[in-house]
Design a protein around this ligand. Structure first.
Ligand SMILES: Nc1ncnc2c1ncn2[C@@H]1O[C@H](COP(=O)(O)OP(=O)(O)OP(=O)(O)O)[C@@H](O)[C@H]1O
Length: 815
């Protein structure tokens, strides 16, 4: 190497333990192959035959070395250089071994090497293997071997043989030490690998660990090959005399093999452990996922259960509240009933005392006046509750939509969009219930008016469900109103002690109108009565004394005919207004205290309706009928909503009851207040039968030709006043008054009804209400229509004459 400084072997020897960056693996391979080729003797001397054996062995060694290097390089290329193993500048021991071998080859190429080869199969003893640190000392450098090829070997040389042998022996010992050093390095590498394996056992990551294991496996393979190569070289080139070194080496090799085996076993065990851990990890992940899903499902289920329980609790609380309200109502009703009984007893006692004292000592009370009037069954209405709700099903109602359990405390079950709801009511009438059956349940309440009670019966329900049928009924099967009147008059008997007055109003589009007004229809004002008199007053409302039942029927018929009706998609003759019939029964003689008044309100409410269903929605542009129908439906629904609000407030015993929300509730305020009895007949109808019998599209009933309305003074009624008469509905408003009165007209094709003898009730009698009726209605002041209208309406600005000829304060313009 010293002789040929440019030899690649020298370059390979210099950076011992260091990678040669200037010599890539393929070039190294080429260099080694070239060396192998050049190791053959070039001169073809006689030593060639002997040297061939050494050259062949050397070639084999070189081929093995090349094979090893290829394995090593392949391992490095496939695995890359791991960061921890490939520390910068760290060269695998195999390359160091390679560099040593290259140094040896370089020496063999030198003349001295060749000479040594010629002398025997053993390698030249003067080879100075590099020191373990890679440097070659000056005295051990190949330059120390100064033999020249071709120089004859004399006796002097032979005399120096023991010395030379000794020197060779030392050189071989150094070589042995060097190899042992290499082996030490290999051991250290193995220890490092073991450490790496230990680190892998801690488990960093599956992918990195696998890579590391693969890399270490390849390293192990390479080391194994390196070891076997070294062993072969040692066996081939190793010194003969020192027997101990090969043995130790063999032991060391065995130990190393054992370690290698151990490392391989550890690697295998680690790999198996990794596989097991991966399986366990997958299992754990699956279990975790399943656990999450189960937890989520459980949470959802529990949440739903909680929601259900909450809804149940809410419903229970609502029913408890309702029950509490009912109980409160019962208690208050009972208290009032007791008070009523007491006051009645007091009244009877005082009347009896008065009668006895005025008659003299022998006076006896008439037999028939000792008890309450016949047919008045005690205090049944009060004990049944002051608000009772009955229900009647319209014939033809589909049983799949509405099913009932009829009778007292019966139930109505509705099915709407698959949702069933059940309602318990005071009484439920089946669809085939007759008018007689319905009235029988209401009769006690009706008759209680004779004892001074205020009773209100009204029908409520969707349009076309039979409210008017139940209330009025056809002539051949009369409804509640005719039967109630008949029953009352029958109870009063021929020699009746009551004065009966009648009033009848309708609420059309929130306007209160007198259906029995002798003059043209007018909008009446509803006012709160003066302090002390209480109740509600309707200014201008006529109250008619009714002498007998026939007159009463005629008047009701007249009022009905004046009511606003119209054809809708759901009812051919739909009531477009709320109708209120009020009958006041004032006791005029004993046994009742004079002036004691009972009131019976019979209310036929307009039907609640959906504009779309009733055909009122979406009127074609410019269709005034459709627009009016829509407005009617809106006001009807609004007033019914207000009625619902009032009922809810009464039921909940709220301090404020919103009576003022609509004209309907204002008018009904006296009938719904404390101490009164209200009976609500709920009309229910659903299914095909509910639809109007005439399946043809709703025909616009042609209103009768407008009457030639004229004021009593002969002026034409126009503009806003005549809007009433130009209504599209079928109602006909016509003035009705004393025969021959100005403005009396019969509608075309309609005979004038036989006019009963009416008389104005005159100023109201002083009011004496029974104590039980705390808020009995105060009859409004009956206003007799003046026979002759005033010439001018002083309430209008500029003394413009009132077109209706009304008295001052009643003119609509002023109002
Ligand atoms: N119980 C019944 N038996 C026989 N026919 C009935 C019954 N109930 C209702 N009808 C019929 O149903 C139709 C509609 O009834 P009605 O006019 O009384 O309904 P309504 O509820 O007053 O409607 P609206 O609110 O529109 O005035 C009428 O032709 C009536 O004869």
């Amino acid at each position: 190497a010293a002789a040929e400084p440019g030899d690649p072997a020298q370059r390979a020897r210099k950076p011992r333990g260091r990678r040669r960056p200037d010599l890539p693996a393929p070039e190294l391979w080429t260099e080694l192959t070239g060396l192998a080729a050049s190791s053959e003797p070039e001169d073809g001397s006689e030593g060639a035959a002997e040297g061939r054996a050494a050259a062949v062995s050397l070639e084999e060694a070189l081929l093995r070395l090349a094979e090893f290097l290829s394995v090593q390089l392949g391992a490095e290329e496939s695995c890359g250089s791991p960061a921890d193993l490939g520390q910068s500048g760290e060269v695998p021991p195999l390359l160091s071994v390679t560099s040593q071998l290259l140094a040896l080859l370089a020496w063999l190429r030198s003349p001295r090497g060749r000479q040594a080869l010629l002398q025997g199969t053993q390698p030249a003893p003067r080879v100075r293997p590099p020191s373990p640190d890679g440097s070659t000392s000056q005295e051990e450098s190949p330059s120390h071997f100064t033999a020249v090829p071709g120089e004859p070997l004399g006796d002097e040389t032979q005399g120096q043989q023991p010395l030379q042998l000794e020197e060779d022996q030392r050189a071989w010992q150094r070589l042995e030490q060097l190899i042992l050093g290499q082996l030490e390095e290999l051991k250290q590498q193995l220890e490092q690998q073991e450490e790496e394996l230990g680190r892998l056992r801690l488990g960093v990551g599956a992918t990195d660990s696998e890579k590391r294991v693969q890399h270490l496996t390849l390293e192990n393979e390479a080391l194994k090959q390196s070891l076997s190569l070294m062993r072969d070289l040692l066996l081939h080139w190793g010194p003969g005399p020192p027997i101990r070194a090969p043995q130790e080496e063999a032991e060391a090799l065995l130990e190393l093999q054992g370690r290698l085996q151990e490392a391989q076993d550890t690697t295998e065990a680690l790999r198996a452990q990794l596989g097991v851990q991966e399986v366990q990890l997958q299992g754990l992940q699956g279990a975790l996922q399943q656990l999450q899903q189960e937890t989520e499902q459980n949470c959802r289920r529990e949440l739903q259960q909680m929601h259900g329980q909450l809804a149940g609790l809410r419903a229970r609380m609502a029913s408890l509240r309702q029950g509490c309200g009912d109980l409160r109502g019962l208690v208050s009703t009972f208290t009032q009933s007791c008070q009523g009984s007491l006051s009645e007893a007091r009244g009877q006692v005082s009347w009896a005392l008065g009668a006895l004292s005025s008659g003299g000592p022998d006076t006896q009370l008439p037999e028939g006046q000792q008890g309450p009037p016949a047919g008045c069954p005690g205090r049944l209405p009060e004990l049944k509750g002051n608000i009772r709700v009955l229900c009647r099903l319209r014939p033809g109602t589909s049983s799949s939509l509405v099913s009932v359990e009829p009778g007292p405390g019966g139930t109505v079950t509705t099915c709407y969009r698959g949702r069933h709801r059940r309602f318990r009511l005071d009484w439920v009438f089946p669809p085939d219930a007759s008018q007689e059956e319905v009235f029988r349940e209401l009769e006690p309440a009706v008759l209680s008016c004779l004892r001074g009670y205020s009773v209100c019966i009204f029908t409520y329900g969707q349009t076309g469900t039979g409210k008017t049928y139940s209330m009025e009924g056809p002539p051949e099967d009369p409804g509640i109103v005719p039967r109630a009147l008949q029953s009352l008059f029958r109870e009063m008997g021929a020699g009746r002690q009551h004065r009966v007055t009648l009033s009848m109003v309708e609420i059309y589009n929130e306007a209160v109108r007198d259906l029995l007004a002798p003059g043209p229809p007018e909008r009446l004002a509803v006012r709160q009565g003066p302090e002390g008199q209480g109740g509600i007053q309707v200014a201008g409302l006529t109250h008619w004394d009714v002498p007998n039942l026939e007159t009463l029927h005629q008047m009701l018929k007249l009022g009905r005919s004046n009511r606003a009706t119209a054809a809708t998609a759901m009812n051919q003759r739909s009531s477009r207004s709320h109708a209120l019939v009020t009958l006041t029964l004032r006791a005029a003689s004993p046994p009742r205290a004079p002036g004691t008044a009972g009131t019976l309100h019979l209310v036929d409410l307009a039907g609640s309706e959906r504009a779309r269903k009733a055909g009122a929605a979406g009127p074609p542009r410019g269709d005034p009928d459709g627009a009016r129908r829509l407005r009617e439906a809106q006001t009807i629904n609004r007033s019914l909503l207000a009625l619902g609000g009032v009922m809810a407030a009464l039921r909940a015993h709220r301090p404020h009851v919103p009576f003022r929300d609509s004209q309907l509730t204002r008018l009904l305020q006296p009938a719904l207040g404390p101490g009164t009895t209200a009976v609500l007949l709920l009309q229910v109808g659903a299914g095909a039968g509910q639809v109007c019998a005439c399946r043809s599209p709703p025909t616009r009933a042609r209103p009768p030709a407008p009457l030639a309305r004229r004021s009593p003074r002969g002026r034409r009624i126009s503009g806003r006043q005549s809007a009433h008469s130009s209504s599209p509905t079928e109602w006909v408003k016509w003035s009705w008054g004393q025969p021959g009165a100005a403005g009396s007209r019969a509608p075309p094709g309609r005979p004038l009804p036989s006019v009963p003898t009416l008389r104005s009730p005159g100023p109201p009698a002083p009011l004496r209400r029974p104590l039980a009726v705390l808020h009995a209605p105060v009859p409004t002041t009956a206003r007799a229509r003046p026979s002759r209208p005033q010439r001018a309406c002083p309430c209008s600005p500029g003394s413009r004459p009132c077109p209706w000829g009304l008295r001052p304060g009643l003119c609509w313009q002023r109002r």
